[in-house]
Ligand binder design. Structure first.
Ligand code: 8ID
Ligand code: ZN
Length: 351
């Protein structure tokens, strides 16, 4: 069957193959026939080897190289023994970056399962969603609610839940100002969750006017094209009086510094994007203004269930476009160029 796999020497692109086979199901696992899979910028990091060579990390499926993808939605077609307590044939489920965890450590039992030291991640340490069939751990595959369009659900599976969670991590309150640095796949959903779910005011920063226009349509009140202003932070300060929380989704270390300087005293910076390198943090600003810096990583199964529900209720509506599996490397180039508004979603139903 068809699958998109990381290249032998990861170079940022994928090999599209026809001869891939899923591994045999083990106890508690289910087979999912994929319908739609979105491309997240994390897939580009994985395919580039930014987190190490994924072909050499985690469990291998025979001689196959790692299948990418973690914004997947499909229907359960087969259950191994032990899986029917959690799923039934025909259920629509998601394949998210958080694949599974040990279930018994301090992180798992305290509602912080994504930080389990035995965590497995789809499309990185286990095979991901970009194949016609995917093996999931039935206890961990979160169901997609009725009433949520499956193409839109793919974007909530990673981008949506990640920003819903990071707004929680930022302790976002109604009426506060949130600055969203980067209006890509994650950023446009940050705008929607911040505005429509958390009741916050939103300032958005990006270098692409189409993305800023989409953010405006989704409720952002302050729009800043970083390429057209001398000082991003100064513009945010002028327009908002300083953000209460800055959400950094831009794949660019400079955006982290702009975000810190956009905050008001006691503001929180939530780091979400994963560019290579270090973040420079002005010590005096951090100390004198009581700035907090937190990292935020995707979301738990409970977070994803909640994030899906807001989608099913129409409070958030991902911007999605269906595209052909064979065009994946061209879509990767578009993402690298920063020209995708919302998400491109590969259609597995027509393969
Ligand atoms: O759990 C997590 N923390 C998590 C989950 C999912 C994704 C983290 N991520 C990471 C990805 O690995 C990636 O590093 O978040 C980052 C953003 O993912 P994405 O939203 O899927 O990428 P995108 O659609 O390419 O959007 C990136 C946006 O950043 C803008 C670009 O114009 C684009 O719209 N941008 C850049 I590049 N530099 C900027 C800057 N200095 C900028 N926007 C503002 N200021
Ligand atoms: Zn992702």
């Amino acid at each position: 069957m068809k699958a998109a796999i990381v290249r032998e020497t990861p170079d940022g692109y994928v090999d599209l193959v026809d001869n891939w086979e899923p591994k045999p199901l083990a106890f508690g696992e289910a087979l999912v026939d994929m319908e739609y899979v979105g491309l997240c910028h994390t897939d580009l990091h994985v395919a580039s080897g930014d987190f190490g060579n994924p072909n050499e990390i985690g469990q291998r499926n025979g001689n196959f190289r790692r299948v990418v993808g973690h914004e997947g939605v499909g229907r359960v077609s087969k259950l191994a023994e032990g899986a029917s307590d959690y799923l039934k044939i025909g259920d629509r489920v998601s394949v998210a970056w958080f694949y599974d965890a040990c279930g018994v450590c301090d992180f798992c039992v305290s509602g912080n399962e994504t930080f389990c030291r035995k965590v497995r991640n789809s499309g990185y340490t286990v095979d991901g969603a970009m194949s016609q069939q995917v093996v999931v751990n039935a206890q961990y595959a979160v169901k997609v609610p009725d009433g949520l369009d499956p193409v839109e659900a793919t974007s909530i599976t990673c981008a949506g839940v990640t920003m819903y969670k990071s707004l929680k991590v930022g302790e976002t309150k109604p009426g506060q100002w949130v600055s969203v640095h980067g209006a890509g796949g994650l950023g446009n959903l940050a705008v929607q969750y911040a505005h429509n779910v958390f009741g916050a005011h939103v300032a958005v920063i990006d270098g692409n006017d189409d993305k800023l226009a989409a953010a405006k349509a989704n409720g952002a009140e302050v729009l800043i094209n970083r390429k057209k202003v001398a000082d991003v932070a100064e513009e945010v300060q002028k327009a908002t009086g300083g953000a209460h929380t800055a959400q950094v989704t831009a794949v660019n270390a400079a955006a982290f510094n702009q975000a810190v300087n956009s905050l008001r005293p006691m503001g929180k910076l939530v780091a979400v994007a994963l560019p290579q390198g270090d973040m420079a943090l002005n010590i005096a600003k951090t100390v004198l203004d009581g700035i907090e810096v937190r990292g935020s990583l995707v979301g738990t199964r409970a977070d994803l269930k909640e994030a899906f529900q807001f989608g099913a209720e129409g409070k958030v509506k991902p911007i999605v476009e269906k595209v052909n599996f064979n065009d994946m490397n061209e879509v990767i180039d578009e993402m690298k160029a920063g020209s995708i508004t919302g998400r491109k979603v590969f259609d597995f139903t027509t393969l």
